[in-house]
Structures are given as structure tokens and as C-alpha cells.
Design a protein around this ligand. Sequence first.
Ligand SMILES: [Fe+2]
Length: 112
Amino acid sequence: MSDAPMVTVVSDFAAAGDYEKKHTPFITLAPHANGTLVNIEVGHEVPHPNGPEHYITFIELYAGMVPIARLDVSPGVTWPSFCVPVTLPAGTVLRAVEHCNLHGWWAYDVTL
Ligand SMILES: [Fe+2]
């Protein structure tokens, strides 16, 4: 039996329920001078709490299996959203992973 945490991957955001939507680290992409601007937002469409009892602890961004960016969140002060410009080839799979202190690990993928 593995000790690895179970990650819920939301593959169809539009079809997800409110519980899934508020935990999904939703990714949007835009052109950038250096390649692509990656925006990650937890709480897209359905806000997630950000107080001392229930909050997002961090968001990480992976290119394939490689971690390339991370945001640590201070509940009530910083919010679980960030933008980062990347230079990566088309076809790269980006995975955003977030951790909720009560509801565990959640992920969302897009392909450049
Ligand atoms: Fe939560």
C-alpha cells in the first residue's frame, strides 16, 4: 500500500459540481512575450474559503513531471491564485496541483 496522497484530477471543469469546482486549480493560458502566460486560480466560478479553519495551503505547477512554480498561501492574507510566464514547447502538459487543509489534493491539466 502506498503512502502517496490521493490526488483528485478534475478533467471536465464545466461538468464538475460546486465541491469540485471550488477545489480545482483552474488554468487559463494567454500569449506572452516569453511564450505563454499561465494563470492558475483556485475558486474559479465557485469561491473556496480562505480563513484560519479552511484554506488552500499551496499551489504547484508542473511541466510533465517537473515542478516549475509554486505559491504558498497565508490564509486571509494571500489568495490561491498566481500567474507565471513560461517558455515551453507546444504539446507540453501542464498540471496545477493544490492542497486544501480539509479536503486534500486536487489537480487540473492543460496541454500547451
Ligand atoms: Fe476545501
